[in-house]
Write a protein that binds this ligand. Structure first.
Ligand SMILES: NC(=O)c1ccc[n+]([C@@H]2O[C@H](COP(=O)([O-])OP(=O)(O)OC[C@H]3O[C@@H](n4cnc5c(N)ncnc54)[C@H](OP(=O)(O)O)[C@@H]3O)[C@@H](O)[C@H]2O)c1
Length: 266
């Protein structure tokens, strides 16, 4: 029996790789992002190559009520979502005060609020049905504070904590919640966040989006709570538990440097 996965941020990067994995396994995919044209291209490609059904829902999930609208459109179109992948997100590699507040707000709305709301809406259906899997994409950033990317790191810390809690709450109803925490990965993220010249991208050996998605997929299918890709990313997450928080903060300040405007004046 074919299953259906809903993937946010499916128009590029890790989300697109997730769409290919599910489609290649014969599952139907619901593709969500803002760029409708791109989503239609992907729909065509996946349907032709894998003989599955792909559905497009173009949405700006940072907008008020977008998650509710998405849920009600998907439900009234008769789709039953077996797997939910909350992957859409963006970052911003600047000093906190050098970025306008609207960008910070939009980041929290997308990275945190819309993910939370989609877990509430689709999670409730899965919980009542006694079946389902959710994967939330956080980041290795979730394990520490992140100077020069403060809101992004905090948003991903939220996603990790929230996902671990839900996984425990939903377990008894046969619903798993996995949190994928990638390190630097070659996608459009680096450019959008102006992070591609950072020390993190220089020194942490960026991964391919396809490999990261496979790691996430396998962890999700095994109902794992956390998925980390790459030995160095696993080591960073592990050792961050034993080093003082001030050292972790200074390390991420170093990793986030590279592209940051050094002028202290606003
Ligand atoms: N790449 C990395 O180094 C890295 C590391 C750790 C964690 N992550 C996380 O991985 C996730 C996927 O990012 P990626 O690396 O694959 O980057 P990406 O290539 O930039 O993909 C981001 C996806 O999110 C969608 N999106 C952005 N804003 C949106 C909005 N307001 N509403 C709906 N969709 C929106 C984008 O599509 P549209 O532009 O069409 O809307 C795109 O499909 C993010 O949560 C990111 O924080 C990435």
């Amino acid at each position: 029996m074919r299953k259906t996965v809903l993937i946010t941020g499916a128009s590029s990067g890790i989300g697109y790789e997730f769409a290919k994995i599910f489609a290649s396994n014969g599952d139907n995919v619901i593709l969500v992002a803002r760029n409708e044209e791109k989503l239609f291209e992907i729909q065509k490609k996946l349907q032709e190559k894998y003989r599955i059904f792909a559905y497009v829902y173009a949405k700006d999930l940072a907008k008020e009520n977008a998650a509710k609208e998405l849920f009600s459109e998907v439900t009234s179109d008769g789709h039953m979502v077996d797997y939910l992948i909350n992957n859409a997100g963006f970052g911003d590699n600047h000093r906190y005060l050098h970025t306008d507040f609207e960008t910070h707000e939009k980041m929290v709305k997308l990275n945190v609020l819309s993910l939370m709301e989609l877990c509430h809406l689709f999670g409730r259906v899965m919980y009542n049905r006694g079946e389902g899997k959710i994967l939330n994409v956080a980041s290795i950033a979730a394990f520490t504070a992140g100077p020069y990317m403060s809101v992004y790191f905090a948003s991903k810390a939220f996603v990790l904590s929230f996902s671990e809690a839900l996984n425990e709450e939903f377990k008894s109803r046969n619903v798993s919640v996995t949190c994928l925490c990638p390190g630097p990965t070659y996608t459009n993220f680096g450019k959008t966040a102006e992070y591609d010249k950072s020390n993190a991208f220089r020194y942490l050996k960026p991964a391919n989006a396809a490999d990261v998605a496979v790691t996430g997929y396998k962890a999700m299918m095994k109902n794992k709570s956390i998925a980390l890709h790459g030995a160095h990313i696993k080591a960073l997450a592990f050792f961050s538990r034993f080093t003082p928080r001030t050292i972790n903060t200074k390390t991420s300040a170093f990793l986030n440097k590279g592209n940051v405007n050094n002028a202290h004046k606003l």
